[in-house]
Design a protein around this ligand. Structure first.
Ligand code: GAF
Length: 388
C-alpha cells in the first residue's frame, strides 16, 4: 500500500511537471491508545504513528512560486511565496499555508512544487490534518535547511491549526506524527513535552479500528467549547486551591468538593480530565506489565467518561463501543481522537478480527444504514524522507 501510494504520487508529479520529483516524504496518521482530550489539559497521552500516510512528491523551484496539488481532491493552488499568506475558504490549503506563514519568518524564501496524496482516511480521527501540517514542515526543513528541531515542527503544525484552521487543538497529533517510532507507543507529557517510548507489544492481542464513517459538524465548534469549559473550571479550582497550577495537580476529591460551585457541566468536564490523566499513568503501567485485561478496562472507562462526562462521543460511536462490550474477544473499546464521529479503537484477540468485523458491520448497517469500515493498523515511524 505504501509502495503504491509513493508510485502514484510520483507518477502524477512527473505527469504534471515533466520531470521526476527531487524528494519523497511520508507523514503518518496516528492512533491514540489512551489519554483523550487531556493534551491541552497538561495531561499525558499515549499515541503512536500508523502505517497510513500522506506522501509528498516535491521539487524546489528557481523562483518564489509555489504550486500545491492535492491529487486525491484533484485540486491545485498556486501562489507566490512573497505574497502575504492568509487563511482562505479552502481547508486543505489552510493547513499548509498556516505552516508556510510561520516558516517564512524562519528563513523560507524559495518556491517549490508539491503533489501529495494520502491513504489516511479523512475525518476518521486519524489525524490526516496533523500529517499534512507536519509533512510540509518536515519537508521544508530538509529541503531548505531551516534548522528546525522535530519539536519545533510539531509546534508549528499545531499553531497552523490554531491560526489558519480555527481548531484550538493540543499537541498530541502533531507530536505523534513527527516523533512516531516503529512498534513503539509514545508516552508524552503534554506539559513539558518530555516523552518516552513504550514497546507496542500487545502479545496475543491487536488493535482494531472501527470507522463509523460519520463526522458530525460540531467537531470544530464542540472542541473549542470544551477547551473554554475546562479553562473556566480550572480558574475556579485555582481560586480554592492556589497550589494547583494545572489539572495534573488536582485530585478527584478536590473536584468533588467543588461540584456545586463548578456547576453540572463544568464539573463533569473537569472530573473527566482529572480521572483521564490518572488513567493514562495506570495504562502505561499496564502496558509495561503486559496486563492487557487492565489496559482494556481502562480504555473502556475512558469511553464512558468521554461519552457521559466530556460529551464528545455520538450515537454511532457509542453503538460501536456498546456492540463489542460483551464480546469475549474484546478487552477494551473506546472512541478515539477529537470525537463527534470517526473511529473506535479496540483491543481484540488476534485472529478474532474478521468474525468481529462481520458481526458488528451487520449490526451497524441494520441500526444506521451505514457501511462500517475497519482498519488493522501497524505502528510505524514518524514523518521521514523516503529513500528506496
Ligand atoms: C484532536 C486534537 F487535535 C488533539 O490535540 C487531541 O486533543 C484530540 O483531539 C483529543 O484527545 O485530535
Amino acid at each position: 500500500m505504501k509502495k503504491k501510494l509513493i508510485q502514484h504520487t510520483t507518477e502524477h508529479f512527473e505527469k504534471i511537471f515533466q520531470k521526476a520529483p527531487e524528494h519523497i516524504f511520508l507523514s503518518p496518521g496516528r492512533i491514540n491508545i489512551i489519554g483523550e482530550h487531556v493534551d491541552y489539559n497538561d495531561g499525558f497521552v499515549m499515541p503512536a504513528a500508523i502505517n497510513k500516510y500522506i506522501c509528498f512528491a516535491i521539487s524546489k523551484n528557481t523562483d518564489t512560486n509555489v504550486t500545491l496539488i492535492a491529487q486525491d481532491l484533484n485540486e491545485t493552488y498556486k501562489f507566490d511565496l512573497k505574497d502575504e499568506l492568509k487563511p482562505l475558504d479552502k481547508m486543505w490549503v489552510n493547513y499548509i499555508l498556516g505552516v508556510l506563514h510561520q516558516l517564512k519568518s524562519k528563513g523560507l524564501t524559495n518556491g517549490f512544487n508539491i503533489v501529495f496524496s494520502s491513504t489516511i482516511p479523512m475525518g476518521a480521527g486519524l489525524s490526516s490534518s496533523a500529517a499534512l501540517e507536519c509533512g510540509i514542515g518536515y519537508a521544508m526543513n530538509k529541503l531548505f535547511n531551516l534548522s528546525l528541531t522535530k519539536e519545533q515542527i510539531a509546534l508549528i503544525g499545531q499553531k497552523s491549526e490554531h491560526t489558519f484552521v480555527g481548531v484550538n487543538c493540543g499537541i498530541m497529533d502533531q507530536f505523534a506524527s513527527v516523533f512516531g517510532k516503529k512498534n513503539s507507543v509514545i508516552k508524552l507529557d503534554c506539559n513539558t513535552l518530555a516523552y518516552e517510548y513504550y514497546k507496542a507489544d500487545f502479545k496475543k492481542y491487536s488493535l482494531l479500528l472501527l470507522d463509523s464513517n460519520v463526522k458530525h459538524t460540531h467537531l470544530t465548534s464542540g472542541y473549542n467549547v470544551r477547551r473554554q469549559e475546562v479553562e473556566e473550571g480550572l480558574a475556579i479550582i485555582k481560586e480554592h486551591f492556589p497550589q494547583v497550577k494545572t489539572f495534573r495537580d488536582c485530585s478527584e476529591v478536590m473536584i468533588l468538593g467543588l461540584k456545586e460551585e463548578l456547576g453540572e457541566t463544568i464539573f463533569k468536564r473537569c472530573h473527566f480530565v482529572v480521572k483521564e490523566i490518572k488513567r493514562v499513568l495506570d495504562a502505561a503501567k499496564a502496558l509495561n506489565d503486559s496486563d492487557f485485561k487492565r489496559l482494556g478496562q481502562l480504555m473502556s472507562e475512558t469511553h464512558q467518561g468521554l461519552s457521559k462526562e466530556y460529551e464528545v462521543s455520538c450515537e454511532e460511536i457509542d453503538f460501536l463501543v456498546d456492540a463489542v462490550h460483551h464480546e469475549k474477544t474484546v478487552l477494551g473499546s473506546r472512541m478515539m481522537g477529537g470525537g463527534f464521529g470517526g473511529c473506535s479503537i479496540n483491543l481484540v484477540e488476534k485472529g478474532s478480527e474478521k468474525e468481529l468485523i462481520e458481526k458488528i458491520s451487520t449490526q451497524y448497517r441494520n441500526a444506521f444504514g451505514i457501511e462500517l469500515k475497519a482498519y488493522k493498523v501497524k505502528i510505524s515511524k514518524g514523518t521521514s524522507l523516503y529513500k528506496d
